[in-house]
Design a protein around this ligand. Structure first.
Ligand code: ADP
Ligand code: TRP
Length: 332
């Protein structure tokens, strides 16, 4: 049987960053060639942090433009908004009745946020269950994500296994699909995992001036222009590896190791900035066209919503039958 793929991104800001792209979206683009791919915008998830309606609407549109500009193709994949599949909320409730509290208490996304002092509400706590519903409603086999989401896919497997055990086989057990190497955990400008919520991200579609300023603010040690520097584990080099050829990376590493050649971190950052712009030049141009053509973007999302309908209805019917919810008036 062909593989069903599903993934999504939370519109907590309007722009995708390098971590999102290299950790997740780049694989989505590769996988869409195989067919059976579903990529959505996780609006309900964003509600746990975005409370301003205009900002939320802008973010949803922004992420849709990012997806399309980077190469998600509506001819190859279903691209839709979570709110066009409100049944995920129903399925999420159903799954929550099978989810032990302890399983959610162990989830690091929730634990990290609480530790950082971000106040927790029920939505934040229960969000892995909604994520499970997103994955299971299309009966997905694989979920291409960055390393940080692995645990959530494992939670989904647990919940799906429990459902199948109690009610009969309805769901495949999905596998996380995670790249090896430095794309699995792209560092941000402070060297920690790049994340919107840590404010250390480099947005792919930032205006040039702002992007340059962000790159220039990458934290380094205090080695001066003539001092030798260690390229291994250096944030600038790790980011450069993602956007430049091996040869260029080796050149940069060589210059860093040398002493007395007047090559400082500022020079390396300038090279990184230029390489990011070059790597994403076409996508940046395409995004401007999309932003200026909101009707086209809306049409694509509308079409995605239309195509996902039968998939969702088939799953929900199987779920209702399994549970013993067979009210005929619900479909009247
Ligand atoms: P953020 O942490 O910025 O809020 P999201 O949680 O919305 O990002 O992540 C969207 C997708 O991008 C997920 O699949 C996630 O695993 C991936 N991702 C996010 N940040 C990184 C990173 N620094 N390195 C690798 N993948 C990442
Ligand atoms: N939680 C994911 C993130 O923060 C976004 C997401 C929501 C998702 N539902 C999903 C990812 C289902 C993959 C599958 O990145």
């Amino acid at each position: 049987m062909s593989q069903v793929t599903l993934s999504g991104l939370t519109p907590t800001s309007s722009g995708i960053h390098l971590g999102n792209y290299f950790g997740a979206v780049r694989q989505w683009i590769d996988l869409q060639k195989e067919g059976g791919a579903h990529y959505f915008i996780a609006t309900y998830h964003a509600l746990t942090s975005v409370k301003d309606p205009e900002v939320l609407a802008g973010n949803i549109f922004g992420v849709a433009c990012d997806y399309l500009a980077l190469g998600l193709d509506p001819e190859k994949a279903l691209i839709y908004r979570q709110e066009d599949v409100p049944e995920v909320c129903e399925l999420s409730w159903i799954l929550s009745t099978l989810t032990p509290m302890g399983l959610l208490e162990r989830c690091h996304a929730y634990k990290d946020k609480v530790e950082k002092g971000i106040s927790a509400d029920h939505g934040l706590f229960a969000y892995p269950v909604l994520m499970a519903a997103d994955i299971l409603i299309v009966r997905s086999h694989r979920v291409p994500v960055g390393q940080d989401q692995k645990q959530h896919v494992e939670v989904t497997r647990d919940i799906a296994g429990k459902f199948n055990q109690l009610y009969g086989d309805v769901f495949p057990l999905p596998e996380p699909f995670i790249l090896e190497g430095n794309a699995a955990k792209v560092p941000g400008i402070d060297g920690q995992k790049m994340s919107k919520s840590y404010g250390n991200d480099l947005g792919i579609f930032e205006p040039e001036k702002k992007l340059r300023k962000r790159v220039m603010s990458i934290i380094t040690d205090s080695q001066g222009v003539d001092d030798p520097k260690e390229p291994e584990g250096n944030t600038i080099v790790d980011l450069f590896k993602l956007v430049a050829s091996e040869e260029k990376v080796e050149e940069m590493a060589e210059k860093m190791r040398s002493s007395g050649i007047g090559y400082g971190y500022g020079h390396a950052k300038q090279e990184l900035y230029e390489a990011i712009l070059e790597h994403f030049a076409d996508a940046r141009t395409r995004r401007i066209e999309l932003v200026n053509n909101p009707d086209k973007v809306e049409e694509i999302l509308h079409e995605g919503a239309r195509k996902i309908r039968p998939v969702v209805e088939e799953t929900m019917e199987a779920v209702h039958n399994a549970l013993g919810i067979r009210s005929r008036s619900r479909n009247a």
